[in-house]
Design a protein around this ligand. Structure first.
Ligand code: PSU
Ligand code: MN
Length: 301
């Protein structure tokens, strides 16, 4: 049920570093054509940094690990693509369907393909108002059970960050900040909260990944890499915009899977595109770090 692209297959055979990439960020996280441009740039960034990119999606009933440029382009332009998380993956494959993989589903596919490192922008988490809505992303459970190191820029301020951290702690997921004590908050470098762990080098993160494996611990690691200073948007600037977007979501009765894509689109509109530019910069930054971790892991095993 898994098809590796020739580039990914060759890299796996030669034990070269490979980094997984998700596809929901392409179909639901960014508008066309910036989504396509970004997907291509992230792949290039990984190659330049010495790793092979493996963008993951489900196409006509098969999991593809590594997409051709044509497949990438079709996905980026497609409308109403399914958003596949752990719950949806098997049913989509069984029906021969097509869909984009979230962090959770990408981790599952990457692990099955033998890939240990995955770069993205932001993960799903506990939404604001979760005490009423119970909206907690399946990404958190996945990090608890699938042994992939996920490099993100922290969790978005559209989420309830303290609750997200509490759930990750309960689930035994290491949350590691890179180069600073603070947990980064996606568009902003600082969240006002200290990260549970700090490791400043790709080598140190790779060692921690290997140590978990040697201990037979299930689950992965969440590496939170702060957005480059030049691209960040101050938390104070964003707070009222996020509040407005969240109110709009409630007003329009947006629930379930539609919540995250709705908020991202609304914040893009309300910041006149600035949120998207920051998003692109942080994904590229995460790809560079992920390539380093994959290289170090390769040296360790
Ligand atoms: N957060 C982002 N950008 C994204 C997503 C989250 O900053 O594109 C996507 C990811 O694919 C993530 C998913 O896995 O949304 C989480 O959705 P949910 O909250 O419905 O689990
Ligand atoms: Mn949700």
């Amino acid at each position: 049920m898994i098809t590796l692209s020739p580039e990914v297959q060759a890299a796996m055979d030669a034990k070269k570093p490979v980094v997984a990439l998700e596809s929901t960020i392409i179909t639901h996280g960014m508008p066309y054509p910036q989504n396509l441009e970004t997907a291509r740039r992230v792949e290039e960034e990984l190659r330049t940094a010495g790793a092979v990119p493996a963008t993951i999606a489900v196409l006509e009933g098969r999991i593809h690990v590594g997409l051709t440029d044509e497949q990438l382009e079709r996905l980026a332009q497609a409308k109403n693509v399914a958003k596949l998380s752990r719950a949806d993956l098997a049913a989509c494959l069984a029906s021969g369907g097509t869909g984009a993989t979230t962090v959770a589903a990408t981790m599952i596919a990457a692990h099955r393909a033998g890939i240990d490192v995955f770069a993205t922008g932001g993960i799903g988490g506990v939404h604001k108002g979760a005490e009423e809505s119970f909206d907690i992303s399946a990404d958190l459970q996945e990090l608890a059970q699938t042994p992939v190191t996920v490099v993100a820029a922290g969790a978005k301020a559209i989420l309830d960050l303290p609750k997200t951290l509490e759930v990750l702690e309960t689930l035994g997921v290491p949350v590691i900040a890179v180069g600073q004590d603070q947990l980064p908050a996606f568009w902003s470098r600082n969240s006002g909260m200290k990260a549970p762990l700090r490791i400043d080098t790709a080598k140190g993160i790779a060692l921690a990944h290997k140590m978990r494996r040697d201990l037979d611990l299930p689950g992965g690691q969440l590496v939170t890499n702060p957005i480059p200073e030049a691209d960040e948007i101050a938390a104070e600037t964003l707070a009222p915009i996020i509040a407005r977007a969240t109110e709009d979501a409630t007003k329009h009765g947006i629930t379930g899977k539609a919540v995250t894509p709705y908020l991202l689109q609304r914040i893009f509109e309300l910041t006149e595109g600035r949120s998207l530019r920051a998003n692109i910069a942080l994904v590229l930054n995460n790809a560079r770090l992920a390539a380093g971790i994959a290289q170090e892991l390769g040296r360790l095993s």
